[in-house]
Design a protein around this ligand. Structure first.
Ligand code: BTN
Length: 258
């Protein structure tokens, strides 16, 4: 279904009341030649999913959307889009709350308010057998009205943080504007500008973290982002560059979050 939300030039919106997952629908449409800039927006999802196959609880009232992107770039650069999206989400939330909240970006692709997760981003690639990149799906979930009571990662919603008179639609309009702007900056200036913008909003740089990978866990100080977006973890003077993983901060860092 087409929708009448205001979107920036070059973006088209498809709205669904119910869907399995906006990322899955985006993949189906992308294979069926849907153009760059197609946004799939659903009011609820039955099989919303997150990173590492986790379930993304998808109650009506929250924002679930996925954007089909067809950047002309090698596969190795495509992961930079999660930082483009994280900065866009953070800017959208700051704008919507008129400065009442300060959102922060948690490596690699979450957005937090007061140390609690308000948004998650899931990038998926669409590739032919020859390793050529056919497209990227950037899926975003934002807790507008509800948030799960997870034990592993503390979560929150815009409503719980006192941001009233906000809807999934108004968040999507703002997010689309910020994303269009940051995407254009990424294409013209490259990743370094995005990297600085992300670091400016980063959560926990300089703090001690634990990073869990598929089969190992590392501890150290989160020093910075490297030029490709990998976390630089300082383990007693040894610098390890980590491309992906789950990051855990200690309780004091989370409680002192602003
Ligand atoms: C994460 O934090 O693990 C990423 C969560 C991504 C959830 C969004 S909701 C819209 C889109 N559709 C999905 O099935 N997942 C993403």
């Amino acid at each position: 279904m087409m929708s009448d939300l205001q979107l920036p030039d070059g973006f088209t919106l498809l709205t669904y009341d119910h869907i399995d997952s906006t990322n899955e629908e985006a993949k189906r449409l992308a294979v069926d030649h849907a153009p760059h800039g197609t946004i799939i927006f659903a009011k609820s999802q039955k099989q919303g999913h997150g990173r590492r196959g986790r379930t993304w609880v998808s109650e009506p009232g929250n924002l679930f959307c996925s954007i089909i992107l067809k950047p002309d770039c090698p596969l190795g650069e495509a992961s930079q889009l999660s930082f483009v999206m994280a900065v866009s989400v953070a800017n959208a939330l700051d704008q919507i709350s008129v400065g009442a909240i300060k959102s922060q970006c948690k490596w690699p692709n979450d957005v937090l308010i007061d140390g609690k997760k308000v948004s998650g981003i899931l990038l998926e690639t669409i590739q032919h057998q020859n390793q050529q990149l056919d497209g990227i799906i950037a899926g975003v979930g934002i807790n507008v009205m509800h948030h799960p009571s997870e034990k592993e990662f503390r979560a929150t919603s815009l409503i719980a943080e006192g941001v009233n008179e906000v809807t999934a639609e108004s968040v999507l309009e703002s997010l689309s504007d910020h994303f269009a702007r940051w995407y254009a900056i990424w294409r013209t200036e490259g990743f370094q500008t995005i990297r600085y913008a992300w670091l400016d909003k980063a959560f926990g740089v300089g703090d001690t973290v634990k990073v869990q990978l598929a089969s190992s866990t590392y501890s150290g100080v989160f020093e910075s982002l490297d030029p490709n977006g990998a976390m630089i973890l300082n383990e007693d003077g040894n610098r390890r560059h980590i491309a992906a993983g789950d990051v855990y901060f200690d309780q004091a860092t989370l409680e002192n979050a602003v």
